[in-house]
Design a protein around this ligand. Sequence first.
Ligand code: MN
Ligand code: MN
Length: 496
Amino acid sequence: MEQLGLTEWYDIARDTNWTPRYVPEDELFPDDMSDSFQVPRENWERFDEPYKITYREYVDVQHKKDDDAYSVRAALTRSRFFDEADPGWRTSMLLHYASITIGELGAGLAEAKMARFGKAPGMRNMATFGLLDEIRHTQMQLYFAHENISKDPRFDWVQKTYHSDHWAAIAARANLDDVELSRDAASIGLMLTFATEEGLTNLQFLGLSAEAHRAGDYNFSNLIANIQTDETRHAQIGAAVLRVLIENGKTEEAQRLVDIAWWRQWRLFATVGGPTVDYYTPLHAREKSFKEFALEFIAQQFERVLLDLGLDLPWFWDDFLESLDTVSHATHLAFWFWRAAQFWNPTAGVSKAEREWLEEKYPGWNDTFGASWDVIERNLSEGREDLTFPQCVPAICNTCAITMLGTPNRGISYRNYWSHYEGRRYVFCSRPCKWIFDEEPERIAGHRSVVDRLYNGVIQPPTLDGFLRYMGLPPEERGQDAHDYSWVAERIDELG
Ligand code: MN
Ligand code: MN
């Protein structure tokens, strides 16, 4: 049988569309599933993704990528890397796998919605590949992480986190429900593929892959770089959707959704990536600070993409840039202080050499965050571990569902923001989180953080033990200092 050359059939095939005769158009593509912007269907025909691929090519390329990842894994299977890895690196890996793996499956559901309800045939085509990509990411990361369970049972959190009521799972679900799962296909194109994948995934996957390589974890480094090549391909749905919306006079509305999604996802990525890059990764493996990675991947690369496409920088861009000086430190300090509430073992990461690195990367660190660690170290060196645990639950933001952050010794311990809605006060960690709530309070007001659940009687008994058990943490699973306080000894002289 004669085969047609690619150019002879590809454009026709990827643009195949039809006019429904048995159901009205709005039943086949309801606005709230397809396109809340209500761009006429014929205008969606102009959707054009820059990088095109056929199913045959897709399968061939993905097969080779799988081969590559699994053969590196097989070659390193007898390596003792994990057994000998610094506890901080194990924590980095666990935090990555537990926060990302099942989230990939959620992204797959969002891709599936675009594959069914996207109004442009090219968008449905590309999203079908995106769905297959996300299934692959979930399966590979579950499989790769699974081999660590026999060495560290905490790795079962990779599978179970999203199914638990751990505070981080509640925060991630609230965020992903809003940004990826409860929106129409066109909005998902903006909020998932553009704001999240184009805007933020390089930070987690390329940044961490470089550090993994330096740490000597070639298996993990290779795996997540392999995954990121898929993200780069299906992320282009976002820019193509954005062009259609701008051509149809929807710039302002598109900007609003990009801003909402980007900030919500930034809060999550900073929460996972900040402590990982600046504290959990062993010093010799660090390539850059979290702030440097964010400046490279977001403030340089993503900023340019946004402006080139005809959007503005989000209105809160200065808040974002300012937060780069403190977000990783404040998040990390909160995780370590409330370590019993984590399923991972936080490292302190404040030995003499690490303090020098932190001061160099973040001038002023010693006088702010360093001063808090001085107090912790002094208490530990005097045998007063009891003073290093919190006496209360943290304040949690009603939008991002992540703990409020502040900077020690800066006069104001933390700035908070609030709104009143239907008889209740809601508190927020930042101006953008308040703005997101005020834009559509009905989407967010019903959400209950783990602290809300403690005070409204859902968590029983309402004690610290009851609180931790509710989050899936019996005593043997509660986080502990990853190095068992061994870092305090070298600081005793300096503390005097
Ligand atoms: Mn993915
Ligand atoms: Mn993706």
